[in-house]
Design a binder for this molecule. Structure first.
Ligand SMILES: Nc1nc2c(c(=O)[nH]1)N[C@H]1C(S)=C(S)[C@@H](COP(=O)(O)OP(=O)(O)OC[C@H]3O[C@@H](n4cnc5c(=O)[nH]c(N)nc54)[C@H](O)[C@@H]3O)O[C@H]1N2
Ligand SMILES: Nc1nc2c(c(=O)[nH]1)N[C@H]1C(S)=C(S)[C@@H](COP(=O)(O)OP(=O)(O)OC[C@H]3O[C@@H](n4cnc5c(=O)[nH]c(N)nc54)[C@H](O)[C@@H]3O)O[C@H]1N2
Ligand SMILES: [Mo]
Length: 755
């Protein structure tokens, strides 16, 4: 183990700044895209160019400044790399050899260049023509006795046009088995907000940042995962707006940030303090914190202070009395114990909230990935409702989405439980009777593969087997499937952990030109603030043998459902015809799509809560009660620690750019466990100690990750953190939020066992 002791060098500078500028230059050089890359960077997030393939954070479309960040540049550099995983590469390595390599190694082989099929006789991937590949998929799919034996996974980089048709393909074929990356991500938002406010999306737009009087950021790490949000936070702080960050980890960019686009600040080595208050909360303590905040408001309301927006509550909402009773049932010692924050601190935050006339609350995976993730999201909404923080400038809920088009994919039909209205409209628009029975989400798909009830698995992007819980079990499940297909830009784990038959289908990437017989095509993306914009690649495709995702979807459909009335062949060539169909299926939000998308800055999808219209069954915004104070089931074992699996600064989900995590000061190693110093001392652990980590499983299965190095870190007692996906073997498949199916990846009960 001596060869992988991490180098620890606490990062004492502000986040962003020259460190980010240097990192951007280095990554562009390493991937040999400096000239090509900088040209592409100029087109990224500019009207007429393409949308950043990294996160879903909106760009300020009207500004002239370069709209990219360090991590957007990394995503682009790795996409535009000169490295190629071509047929010679596959001839040199058996799949068994490749499976022994790290995720980083797989990624570093570069762009896929032509379709490949697994050959069991030689244990190699060998070239296959596109025609033969679609033919093989068609044969597998047509051979299944029941269409529900197939699973159609979507990852959120998929643009609207491809996702919409993917959803049609599944339903025409006969299933709603649409596991989606959002089933591991913001499904608690999609499930939690409709009963509360009538739509499963955020309610803010970019202009709101300019009007907010207070900003809360719960369980989200913008400096790494949505760096363009830092611009808004810096501007808000410069206006003196309080920003309250609630997180078990003092994430660097939440504390101090230098705006790389601020020439003067850069020149002076200056920075902006981001959080006016940093609240180091216990893992899963957010429920108690939110209830504490609400309790202060109810107490002060009872004392006659005007802290609740009674007019708004009367005219717009239902259920406040049940919420009041639930919140007031918890006394302060209970609340404080559950979140680990002092009563005084909570009162102070509540006071800031009570004085603000417009508050935005942003949140990420630190809220959604708990066993009660959906209901936690609803508690955030409750807090906002109490002061009428919907439907006025500078106020609202801000779920910070992950993948660049994950929200869009959901909007255009990627859902394992489609509504009857959607299905009726699909029937009318396409002239077939779509499948109606609910399908599998992500967790259910793993279980179904294991049970032999998913026999064909096709992944439209993503890295399913590496992203899901219970790694070893997921690998075995994947390997038992009859056919696995990875539609991808790069080699990943899901290609080397594959089914009996397996295909890799390489695609034209976001930054590349999409040309068909009808000329150059563009695709559309919906960002996390429901703004829809066109994305046009500018670089030549990485290889002449790539196809666009839309064409791949259409040709799978033609092979699987040969007698389909859907005009697949036409859609494959002319994407405006797809947008016409999107408009037909979603007339309320997408009417006149092709005309509206011609505006370079795009258009906003309607968010009714912005107009105080609540599309809930009772037509009101609802206060919703989650009894108790714990976002996760309590565990009796006194040795238990709560593990949050998180992202480093140098990864995009399962894509590992390097083994460094600059802002957390860890270099050269991802097999680390961040831990509170007192918890270390109590266990006799010193910095760098080698330990194994074991899940406190309730199903009798041993889940263990060996050889982690302990890093002393500022964390609350009882909390530990380490990297996803390396620690996914510790996340049990059964450990998820039942309302959304989202694995509780931020609160795994574990214990340390000596190495
Ligand atoms: N560069 C880069 N950008 C990305 C991604 C990437 O991997 N790399 N991934 C994209 C995707 S798909 C997503 S979903 C987003 C993810 O972006 P984030 O939501 O920022 O995701 P994480 O890093 O998983 O975790 C967020 C934070 O939750 C905190 N946390 C853990 N447990 C708790 C808790 O109980 N309470 C609170 N309040 N906080 C907690 C962690 O300390 C961490 O700071 O980013 C997107 N953007
Ligand atoms: N323990 C733990 N598990 C987690 C999480 C966690 O925080 N902790 N986070 C969860 C979250 S929030 C998410 S969103 C999921 C992510 O799950 P996924 O979305 O499945 O995973 P990614 O790593 O984003 O997928 C990367 C792959 O996508 C392919 N790709 C890249 N660009 C394109 C493109 O333009 N087109 C196509 N077709 N393919 C492309 C590449 O081949 C690349 O290898 O993981 C989840 N899993
Ligand atoms: Mo995500």
């Amino acid at each position: 183990m001596a060869d992988r002791i991490p180098r620890i060098k606490p990062y004492t500078h502000p986040a962003g700044g020259w460190g980010a500028a240097a990192a951007t230059a280095k990554v562009l050089m390493q991937q040999s895209v400096l000239t090509k890359g900088s040209r592409a960077l100029l087109a990224m997030n500019q009207p007429g160019g393409f949308k950043c393939p990294s996160c879903a954070y909106p760009d300020a479309a009207c500004t002239k400044r370069l709209e990219f960040c360090e991590n957007g540049a990394k995503a682009l550099a790795f996409e535009a790399t000169k490295l190629r995983a071509d047929r010679d590469f596959f001839a040199r390595h058996t799949v068994t050899e490749m499976a022994r390599q790290s995720d980083h190694w797989l990624e570093m082989q570069g762009r896929l260049t032509e379709p490949m099929r697994y050959d069991a006789a030689t244990d190699h991937y060998v070239p296959i023509s596109w025609d033969d590949a679609f033919d093989l998929i068609g044969r597998h799919l047509r051979a299944l006795d029941d269409p529900n034996l197939a699973g159609f996974y979507t990852s959120g980089r998929t643009p609207n046009e491809a996702a919409f048709l993917w959803a049609i393909l599944g339903r025409a074929y006969g299933t709603n088995n649409f596991p989606d990356c959002s089933n591991m991500c913001h499904a608690p938002t999609s499930e939690g907000l409709p009963p509360a406010i009538g739509i499963g999306k955020g309610t803010c737009v970019m202009e709101d940042w300019e009007h907010a009087e207070a900003i809360f950021i719960l369980g989200q790490n913008p400096g790494t995962n949505s760096p363009r949000m830092m611009t808004n936070l810096v501007e808000a702080r410069k206006r003196g707006v309080p920003i309250i960050a609630v997180n078990p980890m003092p994430e660097r960019a939440l504390i101090e940030f230098t705006e790389p686009q601020d020439v003067i600040q850069m020149a002076r080595f200056g920075h902006t303090d981001i959080a006016s208050d940093f609240l180091q909360i216990r893992i899963g303590g957010d429920l108690a914190f939110l209830k504490g905040m609400m309790r202060v408001l109810f107490e002060r309301d009872a004392a006659g202070e005007a802290v609740l927006d009674h007019d708004f509550i009367r005219d717009n909402t239902a259920g406040i009395e049940a919420l009041r009773a639930d919140v007031m049932a918890h006394d302060w010692p209970e609340l404080v114990a559950a979140c680990g924050l002092s009563e005084a601190k909570i009162r102070e935050c509540a006071d800031i909230y009570a004085r603000s006339n417009a508050t935005m609350i942003a949140y990420g995976m630190g809220i959604t990935q708990h066993q009660r993730g959906t209901e936690l999201v609803q508690q955030i909404s409750n807090l906002l409702l109490l002061r009428g923080n919907y439907g006025k400038p500078g106020a609202g809920i801000v779920p910070v989405r992950g993948h660049s088009n994950v929200q869009g994919d959901r909007t255009v039909g990627i859902n394992e439980k489609p509504t009857a209205l959607y299905l009726d409209r699909v029937r009318d628009a396409f002239g077939f009777e779509p499948a109606r029975a609910p399908g599998h989400n992500t967790v259910e798909t793993v279980a179904a593969m294991e049970a032999g009830t998913v026999r064909v698995f096709i992944g439209l992007g993503g890295n399913f087997v590496r992203a899901v819980p219970d790694t070893e079990r997921a690998y075995r499940a994947m390997q038992s499937v009859g056919l696995t297909v990875g539609i991808a830009t790069k080699l990943n784990r899901g290609h080397v952990i594959h089914g009996l038959d397996a295909l890799i289908l390489p695609v034209i990437a976001r930054s590349e030109v999409l040309a068909t017989t009808k000329g150059e095509q563009f695709v559309t993306i919906e960002d996390a603030m429901a703004n829809v914009t066109a994305s046009r690649g500018v670089l030549p495709p990485a290889s002449p043998d790539l196809l666009g995702e839309v064409e791949i979807v259409c040709r799978i459909a033609m092979a699987a459902v040969p007698d389909s009335p859907v005009k697949w062949a036409e859609y494959a060539q002319d994407y405006s015809l797809i947008r016409d169909k999107i408009a037909e299926v979603y007339p309320e939000i997408y009417s006149d799509f092709n005309r509206r998308i011609a505006v370079p800055t795009g258009f906003h999808l309607d968010i009714p809560p912005r107009r105080r219209i609540w599309n809930t069954p009772n037509g009101r915004a609802n206060f919703l009660v989650l009894p108790g104070l714990h976002a996760n089931d309590p565990v009796a074992d006194p040795t238990m620690l709560r593990l949050a699996t998180i992202r480093s600064h140098d990864q995009f989900n399962t894509t590992i750019y390097s083994d460094n995590d600059r802002y957390r000061g860890v270099y050269g190693d991802r097999m680390v466990l961040f831990m509170n110093g007192d918890d270390m001392d109590e266990r006799g652990l010193t910095e760098g100690a080698n330990i194994d980590l074991e899940t406190l499983s309730t199903d009798g299965v041993t889940r263990r990750v060996e050889g982690l190095s302990v890093v002393r870190y500022s964390l609350p007692r009882g909390a530990v953190a380490g990297y996803y996906p390396e620690l996914n073997p510790l996340l049990p498949l059964y450990y998820f939020d039942p309302l959304s199916g989202t694995p509780a990846a931020k609160s795994i009960p574990v214990r340390i066992v000596a190495a």
